[in-house]
Design a protein around this ligand. Sequence first.
Ligand code: CA
Length: 223
Amino acid sequence: MKILIIEDEPELRNVLQQSLEKELFIVETAKDYKSGLDKIISFDYDCILLDIMLPDGSGMDLLKDLKKEGKSDSVIIVSAKGSLDDKVAGLDLGADDYLSKPFHLAELHARIKSVLRRNNHNGQQLLQWNNVSLSPENRTVLVNSQSLSLNKKEFDLLYYFMINPNRLITKISIAEHVWGDYTDEADNLDFVYSQVKNLRKKLKNVNAEINIQAVYGMGYKMS
Ligand code: CA
């Protein structure tokens, strides 16, 4: 389970990170709006702890950005602004929970677990292949129950392979499914090759039992 902490106060950020790592979460951090935005666009998290007052923007806008990207990462707003208005606005924008500073770490842990439990119980369909499971809705991949971090394209690529197992998939159809309109402008399909290479490497590093085989001159086959 992967958690992103977006918080500008270094001391609080470190305390949160250490306490969550002790709970065996994989924890990443961002210290401002801009780096938070980079992270939420490039990766998927099981839960995001979101501060509202950031030096270069508002956490509320980050929440809007997240929803605009069509992401379903769970969000808990962790804010010093304890006003009811903020809480209502945050929940309206799709946050899963709201916690006012200061709070006890035990309280935060309980809230995180409750949010994760709730979102995993929403009866979503999981794609499974050997020791790999992929949730299209959460955009998460688990290998042997460990979260695997993929960027957007790698995820889309793996998703496409997993719904087409044991079938030859041409580079063109991969490009069209994963890159969409951009494909028309590309001179060649080398970007497919390099993205497949990255994905394979990430899968291999965690001993995923997925084999993506190149079929020379044609495309790829997953088995
Ligand atoms: Ca702050």
